[in-house]
Design a protein around this ligand. Sequence first.
Ligand SMILES: CC(C)(COP(=O)(O)OP(=O)(O)OC[C@H]1O[C@@H](n2cnc3c(N)ncnc32)[C@H](O)[C@@H]1OP(=O)(O)O)[C@@H](O)C(=O)NCCC(=O)NCCS
Length: 140
Amino acid sequence: MKITKMQIKDYDEVFSLWKNTEGMGLHSDTDSKKGILRYLKRNPGMSFVARENGRLVGTVLCGQDGRRGHLYHLAIDRSYRKKGIAKALVNRALSKLAAIGFSKCTLCAFVKNYAGRKFWRHTGWTERPDIIMMAKDTGK
Ligand SMILES: CC(C)(COP(=O)(O)OP(=O)(O)OC[C@H]1O[C@@H](n2cnc3c(N)ncnc32)[C@H](O)[C@@H]1OP(=O)(O)O)[C@@H](O)C(=O)NCCC(=O)NCCS
């Protein structure tokens, strides 16, 4: 298994994995090729893909907003799960955040994504039921 920085040329394979993965909240704007290009340019060298014999089998998006890091779209192809690929991808992202000076990372999970939440807890993440997420359109 090989982990490399995500590049925009990976997009078609990345999006195809996301479309076929449960628990992904895909957005027509931010997850379009243009949206992902913008994200990768804003957060260079922080998002990663995993390949097994050339085949794209895992992704994680990682970025920072100047205060802390944030992860999105951790997804592993069903046939390649429970081999440590997600843990390796997340560790690469966390190491990158630490290397550029960020001490904290956050992520969002759907409340009903019980398996995903179990993975996060198992790998040392803490749920924050004292916080709720809020959202509003900007009008763009
Ligand atoms: C959750 C997901 C990313 C895990 O990927 P994975 O490559 O199978 O995970 P890993 O093999 O790296 O597992 C690392 C550890 O977590 C454990 N683990 C993996 N999935 C788990 C789960 N659903 N529940 C509990 N533990 C889990 C593994 O057994 C392993 O434990 P160990 O280190 O003690 O041996 C994968 O199942 C997936 O893509 N799910 C759908 C998308 C999703 O929900 N993503 C998260 C969105 S918030």
